[in-house]
Design a protein around this ligand. Structure first.
Ligand code: SF4
Length: 256
C-alpha cells in the first residue's frame, strides 16, 4: 500500500531545473528529497543499489519507510561477490521487498570474453571500461529508459570525480530524467551512524576491510586510514575510477 499520495502528473522538468538552479534542493533534508521524489515520480522512480556499499542500504531503508512499494534495482554483472547476493536475500526477507535484478545482454558478454578473455579489465583502462560498459552501463541505460527518475547513494567526498554532485540533477546521459543523490552531502561517519542506529543489514565484507564491494575481481579490502575508493580498480589512477554509470565522458555519455 502506498504511503505517500502520488501527484496526478509528474512535476515539470522545467520546474525541477529552476529549483536546481536556485539551490532550493540543497537546503532540503534527505527525507524531504526522498518524499519529493516519491510524491512526484513513484512508481517510475527506482533506487540503484549495488548491495556493496552502506550508502545504498541507508537510502533503501529511508525510501522504504516513506513508500513501502518503492522500487530498488541492482545491476548483476555476473561477477559480483557471493556476499552481495547474500545481502540481497537478507534485504528481501527484512523488508519483504522485491529486488529488480538487471542482467547484461548475454550475447555481448560472450562476444567480449571470447575476444578479450575473462579478465580483460586488468590489461588496460580501455578494456576495463569496455567490461563496465557491457556489464553495467548498457544494462543501466536499458533499465532507465522506462523510468522518469532514479536515486543513487553518491556522496561528494567519495572521490575526486564526485565533488560536484548535486542533491538533485537532470541526468543528461539518460534522456534528461531526474537523478536524486539525497545523501550527497553526508560524510562516511554519518552513513555508519545511520546504519548502526537502525540496525540495517550491510555487506559482510565491510568487516573484512572492504569499504565498498563492487565486482569480485575489481574490488579489494583497504588498510585502515587508506582512501576508501583505493579498493576499487586499485591499478588505475583516481581520475579514471568510474564505471560510466554516474559520469559523462568524452565518448558521449556511455562512460567508455
Ligand atoms: S567492475 Fe570489473 S568485472 Fe565489474 S563490470 Fe567493471 S570491469 Fe567488469
Amino acid at each position: 500500500m502506498s504511503a505517500v499520495a502520488p501527484q496526478e502528473e509528474n512535476i515539470s522538468k522545467a520546474r525541477v531545473l529552476t529549483d536546481i538552479e536556485s539551490g532550493r534542493f540543497e537546503s532540503l533534508t534527505t527525507e524531504e528529497i526522498l518524499t519529493f521524489a516519491v510524491k512526484n515520480y513513484h512508481p517510475r522512480l527506482a533506487l540503484s543499489c549495488s548491495f556493496g556499499a552502506p550508502e545504498g542500504m541507508v537510502i533503501l531503508d529511508m525510501l522504504h519507510n516513506i513508500e513501502p512499494t518503492s522500487r530498488v534495482f541492482v545491476l548483476d554483472t555476473g561477477r559480483l561477490h557471493q556476499a552481495s547476493y547474500d545481502l540481497m536475500d537478507r534485504i528481501r526477507e527484512r523488508y519483504g521487498k522485491r529486488i529488480e535484478v538487471i542482467f547484461p545482454e548475454s550475447g555481448a558478454v560472450q562476444e567480449m570474453v571470447n575476444a578479450k578473455g575473462m579478465n580483460l579489465f586488468y590489461e588496460s583502462v580501455a578494456n576495463r571500461k569496455l567490461c563496465c560498459r557491457v556489464r553495467k552501463v548498457e544494462p543501466l541505460n536499458r533499465y532507465l529508459a522506462d523510468l522518469d527518475a532514479w536515486v543513487s547513494g553518491l556522496r561528494r567526498d567519495q572521490n575526486v570525480t564526485r565533488t560536484d554532485t548535486g542533491k538533485v540533477e537532470i541526468d543528461h546521459v539518460h534522456g534528461d530524467i531526474v537523478k536524486f543523490n539525497p545523501i550527497a552531502d553526508w560524510t562516511h561517519e554519518q552513513v555508519l551512524q545511520y546504519v548502526a542506529a537502525n540496525d540495517i543489514p550491510t555487506n559482510r565484507l565491510h568487516k573484512r576491510g572492504y569499504a565498498s564491494v563492487g565486482c569480485d575481481p575489481c574490488s579489494r579490502a583497504v588498510e585502515p586510514g587508506e582512501d576508501p575508493r583505493a579498493g576499487r580498480w586499485w591499478w588505475e589512477n583516481p581520475e579514471t575510477k568510474e564505471c560510466g554509470i554516474h559520469v559523462e565522458d568524452e565518448s558521449g555519455g556511455s562512460g567508455i
